[in-house]
Design a binder for this molecule. Structure first.
Ligand SMILES: [Zn+2]
Length: 141
């Protein structure tokens, strides 16, 4: 018996790709139908256009390319979490040394300085990165 007998007829099923599940929580994909109808979809979602009936499948987007989009989003999220942890650690440190008022003040000052000077630059960089993303042309199902 040859096990690889059916090899070749196996459909490329991105559905079973282990990454597909994770990518479903990624940023929404704006799909514009050939008739002009637009819809925001998650990776892996299918959508039938109400106006013309075409069926679109976001699984047709190359997974590596969409994963790159998700990576940008995750990088920003982790940076935010990191900053929050850092701020919290500062507060805890100042509470531990008995100067919690100073700690809260310091964190508040740092947070507003970050918000005013650093965040706008980071946001611009993030938006630029998103702008550079590919626009995919997929075929209806
Ligand atoms: Zn349509």
């Amino acid at each position: 018996m040859k096990r690889e007998a059916s090899y070749g007829s196996v459909p490329a099923a991105p559905e079973s790709h282990p990454e597909t599940r994770k990518l479903r929580r990624g940023p929404p994909i704006t799909l514009t139908c050939e008739c002009g109808e637009r819809r925001e979809l998650r990776y892996g979602e299918r959508w039938q256009c109400e106006r013309c009936g075409r069926i679109w499948n976001t699984n047709r987007i190359p997974i590596e390319q969409y994963a790159a989009v998700r990576a940008i989003q995750l990088r920003l999220r982790w940076m935010m979490i990191g900053l929050c942890v850092l701020a919290l650690a500062c507060v805890i440190f100042f509470i531990a040394i008995g100067r919690w008022v100073g700690g809260v003040l310091l964190v508040a000052i740092c947070a507003s300085a970050w918000r005013m000077y650093i965040w706008p630059r980071q946001k611009r960089r993030y938006l630029d990165a998103v702008d550079d993303l590919p626009r995919w042309e997929i075929e209806p199902d």
